[in-house]
Design a protein around this ligand. Structure first.
Ligand code: DAH
Length: 365
């Protein structure tokens, strides 16, 4: 039997020599101190504490030592490894802080720099205004109707009691499409949607129709060859002018503020009898001490549109039994409503497509 190997001299095992351990430790500490960022420190960690590093190799050798030599070697190597681990931890913490600070500086966004990003655009104020008006009618249980902007002359005029020789035809300067004998126009009003609705539906009818209309007007601060109207039509049993007044008062209150109502002035439209011009109470001065009011120019009222009880001739032309049913209708300019609502003197910005104008009315998306 052989006894313990007393001849074994740990000093002879190279990795365990105290000066080797010291120099491995010092090399590790120097590399840690020199690591200038987290990636470099990671490499240092692998080189000096990884499986093949001098200190790891030395640590592995301890087990092979005779018991009496293990303690001293274990302490020496343990201290060296401890010093390296501590230095690594400290350097890691310092480099992490530096890294975060650098990111904060390098990734700072200068929000004041000019951008080349395209603006997202905006919903057009008139689109929003039309939808708001439509919503008010929908909330009353009405339906929204639509019709084409390129319209048959008969629907735009004749069905509405504006026969070929009717003097009121000339009041609406009309765009005719070629060839003229096809009798097709750009609709001059949203009223043909009334005729279309009555021809395709049976009463009770409660419809509103916002849409584009066209007239051969010069383009200036208060005229445009294309503008927007909203039309209303009700046909039911027992409908009177009082229902018309109540509906318009409600619309005015919703659009311009609670308590804003309307007044009627006698007028003439071929499609209604009796007919009225409708004015809306000035929502700025409310008709009290109006003299100085810019919005209504001292009137207390603002012209809004036309209305009346549907002429029985129109009901008949559109296939509705005028003995049984009566109705009311109205039409007003959406652009005009928008202009006086927002104190605009010139309607041209509404049609020139500058997104800054849309954004000013809170419609940028
Ligand atoms: N269509 C008319 C216009 O463009 C406005 C109008 C007046 C519409 C009276 C109506 C109405 O429905 O009853 O001037």
């Amino acid at each position: 039997m052989s006894g313990p190997n007393t001849d074994y001299d740990p000093v002879e095992v190279t990795p365990l020599k105290p000066e080797e351990v010291e120099s491995a430790r010092d090399a590790a500490l120097a590399a840690i101190a020199a690591a200038s960022d987290l990636a470099e420190l990671k490499q240092v960690r692998i080189d000096h504490t990884g499986d093949r590093s001098p200190l790891a190799l030395a640590n592995r050798e301890i087990g092979a030592l005779p018991p009496q030599a293990r303690k001293e070697a274990g302490q020496r190597i343990g201290q060296a490894r401890g010093a390296v681990a501590k230095a690594l931890g400290e350097r890691q913490a310092v480099l992490e802080v530096e890294h975060e600070e650098r990111i904060l500086v390098e990734e700072t966004v200068d929000v004041t720099l000019p951008t080349d990003r395209a603006r997202p655009g905006g919903r057009h104020p008139i689109t929003l205004q039309s939808e708001l008006i439509a919503d008010i009618f929908v909330a009353m249980g009405w339906e929204i109707a639509e019709g084409p902007v390129v319209e048959a002359e008969w629907l735009n005029f004749d069905a509405l009691n504006l026969g070929p020789d009717h003097p009121a035809r000339t009041l609406q300067d009309t765009f005719w499409t070629e060839p003229v004998d096809h009798h097709v126009v750009l609709r001059t009003q949203t009223s043909p949607v009334q005729a279309r609705t009555m021809l395709t539906r049976t009463p009770p009818i409660y419809v509103a129709c916002p849409g584009r209309v066209f007239r051969t007007d010069e383009y200036d601060a208060t005229h445009s060859p294309m503008f927007h109207q909203v039309e209303g039509l009700v046909v039911d049993e027992g409908i009177t002018m009082a229902h018309l007044k109540g509906s318009l008062d409600h619309l005015a209150g919703q659009l311009f503020g609670a308590g804003i109502d309307t007044r009627f002035r006698p007028s003439y439209f071929p499609f209604t009898e009796p007919s009225a011009e409708v004015d809306v109470r000035c929502f700025v001065c409310r008709g009290v001490d109006s003299a100085e009011c810019r919005t209504c120019r001292g009137e207390g009222w603002i012209e809004w549109g036309g209305c009346g009880v549907v002429n029985p001739r129109v009901l008949t032309a559109c296939g509705v039994d005028s003995e049984r049913y009566t109705g009311f209708a109205f039409g007003m300019g959406i652009d005009r409503s928008f202009m006086f609502r927002h104190d605009l003197e010139d309607l041209r910005p509404l049609f020139e497509g500058d997104v800054r104008f849309s954004a000013a009315f809170g419609t940028e998306i």
